[in-house]
Design a protein around this ligand. Structure first.
Ligand SMILES: O=C[C@H](O)COP(=O)(O)O
Length: 248
């Protein structure tokens, strides 16, 4: 089933208040391209201001804690982020899986916490270069997905992002045939995990997507959008990706 394309910009640890004007510029481009769904996940410090300045534009969080509250210094609960105005949260990004040793079980609990707080969730999965070279990419990613998969999952609130770790921020992009093979494997796994409705869950590709390669990547079967890092930081770079998604 063809899904409407969904493009999310993940700003990672980039952005001070001075960059709120970039979000406004991106929101304006998105408003002119109604054929695609577009959002930005700025640092948590900018969520509230970004939401207030851009009503109707989808601002998300980059992570949330799995607990409702408690002694977790420096962390933010899903309810806090929802109250700040985030309508969805990325969970399980590979940078967090690596830096914070986040387990699949934690990622699952985070997705469930996001949903319980009234947010949608984008669960990230992806293999390392060593795992791909060893021919294990599909096994690694589908097992990661199954173990990170939340209870009561529904396309109404769940999105999956496939991000090969070796393609993130490197300028390297997999062959489209490899992207197609992986997205088909994720689609099959979703059907196994969810049954009916699984074909409506959008599967994003992430890893060095830019204005030059977005059209080709978005044309791959089962690629329902993109999770974009570096090329989402300015309207000049993100605009062409939004245009490609709206035209896809
Ligand atoms: O969350 C976004 C991804 O990690 C992709 O980042 P990138 O577009 O800078 O490669």
């Amino acid at each position: 089933m063809a899904n409407r394309k969904y493009i999310v910009g993940n700003w990672k640890m980039n952005g001070l208040r001075a960059q709120l004007s970039d979000i406004a510029d991106i929101a304006a481009i998105a408003a002119n391209h109604e054929g695609a769904d577009v959002g930005i996940c700025p640092p948590a410090t900018l969520i509230s201001a970004a939401v207030q300045a851009n009503p109707g534009f989808a601002i998300g969080a980059q992570d949330c804690h799995f607990a409702e509250n408690g002694a977790h210094t420096g962390c933010l609960s899903a309810a806090m982020l929802r109250e700040a105005g985030a309508t969805y949260s990325i969970v399980g990004h590979s940078e967090r899986r690596a830096d914070q040793q986040e387990s699949d079980a934690e990622v699952k609990a985070k997705a469930e916490a996001a949903h319980a707080a009234g947010m949608d969730a984008i669960i990230c999965v992806g293999e390392t270069e060593e795992e791909r070279d060893a021919g294990q990419a599909i096994e690694i990613v589908t097992v990661q997905l199954a173990r990170s998969f939340p209870a009561d999952a529904s396309a109404d609130w769940l999105t999956i992002a496939y991000e090969p770790v070796w393609a993130i921020g490197t300028g390297r992009v997999p062959e489209t045939s490899d992207v197609a093979e992986m997205h088909a494997a994720i689609r099959d796994k979703l059907e196994e995990l969810m049954g009916q409705g699984s074909d409506s869950v959008r599967i994003l590709y992430g890893g060095s997507m830019n204005g030059g390669n977005a059209s080709e990547l978005l044309a791959v079967p089962n690629v329902d959008g993109g999770l974009v890092g570096g090329a989402s930081l300015t309207a000049a770079k993100f605009g062409p990706i939004i245009e490609a998604a709206a035209a896809a």
